[in-house]
Design a protein around this ligand. Structure first.
Ligand code: 0X9
Ligand code: ZN
Length: 429
């Protein structure tokens, strides 16, 4: 019971650093609250030397950091924190347990395919990449049997490990001049809710065509969706390391992986929220567009961006609806347009299950991260409404969002997307 309460953050061990709450050496995620800018800088410097994984960075000293610390690192890390003025709480007390529970749940579903069969599986479980591709194949062939929607798959690139990056174009096939909306997911490997939500969108557009909202969305837009931009990383997070973030291309010094969301070529700069250390989780690559994944997206969008009015890159977690810039805290000239449609979307989203989102510029609300994809989509590809969505949750599970939240998360985000699309029609004509 205590564990459950702790995990839910109800009984967090609220203590100053140094009190020994880690005797049992668990994988823990800490909330660290610095009390000044200097203390924040010290914590960030510590995170580099101690190789802990910052799940969430703060923008200002009065926000907390979420930091995952491995059992063999925690003692030394806490000793250092003792020397500065920070408050430390255990947020996720036993991360290993959460990962084990997730594994059991996935295995149980695999053993009982009856309860989660066919395409409805996307609502209840996190699919592997081959299952996702199967779903796309079926969506394509099922759509060909109707005359109301046409779904066409396209390979837009091949990853370092040889996996094909697949896109699905969903339209009515009736006009070449409709406005286009592009959505990608699975940029970061461990953010499993992201591909799951993109599949929900595809499901709605292909299989729910008698719904009035779906009719509107198909009548007015063409949809381009890449459920998993980084399939190598996604598979690795399923089979080897649940908390993997980057892709899997090899680097110098024997380290693997580039952060695809630091590799885009608009104001690319490893010193602004990325890293030039190939072993870092935020490695920006040796150059911009050094990676297959970012290049695939670049090539496809540049070849198809006429009439492309919106771009969404779907991530987790934090419940945020963000717009550029991510490389500077300067505001866009048209930030009010992006802010307005984001506000419309999050109010609709909230009506569904009460989930609250924060809207704003990604640097101001979150932190700076040069080389991210929404900056490139806006700055280089000229897509007016470019957003990063950070889906659930905020307080409880972080990247390990349980499968029973796939459906409500997808439903509410879909509600936000529908509201966005309708508002866009009113706003932009
Ligand atoms: O750091 C990222 O790439 C994104 N957050 S995540 O937790 N999903 O990794 C945020 C990117 C948004 N852009 C900026 N914050 N600049
Ligand atoms: Zn992400």
């Amino acid at each position: 019971m205590t564990d459950i309460l702790r995990r839910r953050g109800v009984l967090s061990l609220n203590t100053r650093a140094g009190v020994n709450f880690t005797q049992n050496k668990m994988h823990q995620v800490l909330h660290i609250a610095p009390r000044s800018l200097t203390d924040l800088d010290t914590v960030l410097a510590l995170h580099r030397t101690h190789e802990v994984d910052v799940w969430r960075h703060p923008t200002t000293w009065n926000q907390t950091l979420d930091v995952y610390v491995a059992p063999d690192k925690i003692e030394a890390f806490l000793d250092e924190l003792k020397l500065i003025n920070v408050e430390v709480k255990v947020w996720i007390h036993d991360l290993q347990r959460l990962m084990d529970e997730e594994k059991v749940s996935l295995a149980r579903k695999a053993r009982h395919p009856k309860t989660s069969q066919g395409k409805n599986k996307i609502f209840h479980t996190y699919l592997r990449y081959d299952e996702i591709r199967n779903f796309l194949r079926n969506a394509e062939s099922d759509s060909l049997r109707t005359d109301v929607v046409r779904a066409e798959r396209k390979i837009i690139g091949t990853t370092y490990e040889g996996r094909e990056i697949e896109l699905i174009h969903i339209s009515k096939g009736d006009s070449p001049n409709k406005k286009k909306i592009f959505i990608d997911g699975g940029v970061h490997a461990r953010e499993w809710i992201s591909p799951a939500f993109t599949l929900y969108i595809i499901y709605q557009l292909v299989y729910n065509t008698s719904n009035d909202d779906v009719k509107t969305l198909l009548n007015h837009f063409d949809w381009y969706i890449v459920p998993v931009l980084n399939p190598d990383g996604y598979e690795y997070s399923h089979t080897q390391n649940r908390l993997w973030r980057k892709n899997r291309s090899p680097n110098r010094r024997g380290c693997v992986g580039t952060d695809v969301n630091r590799n885009f070529g608009y104001q690319w700069n490893p010193r602004l929220g990325g890293s030039s250390d190939p072993c870092s989780d935020l490695f920006s690559g040796n150059t911009s567009f050094s990676e297959e994944e970012s290049r695939a997206l670049q090539n496809f969008i540049l070849a198809n961006n006429d009439n492309m009015i919106a771009y969404f890159t779907v991530h987790s977690y934090g419940q945020l609806w963000l717009y550029p810039w991510g490389y500077t805290n300067a505001l866009l000239d048209d930030w009010m347009d992006l802010e307005h449609l984001a506000n419309v979307s999050v109010s609709a989203l909230r009506q569904k299950h009460g989930t609250q989102y924060t809207v704003g510029s990604s640097t101001r609300v979150l932190y700076s991260a040069a080389g991210n994809s929404h900056d490139w989509a806006k700055g280089e590809a000229g897509i007016k409404y470019s957003y990063t969505l950070e889906l659930r949750d905020k307080e409880q599970y972080g990247f390990l969002l349980p499968e029973d939240q796939i459906k409500p998360t997808s439903e509410e985000t879909w509600t936000g997307l529908v509201a966005f699309s309708k508002a866009l029609l009113l706003y932009e004509g």
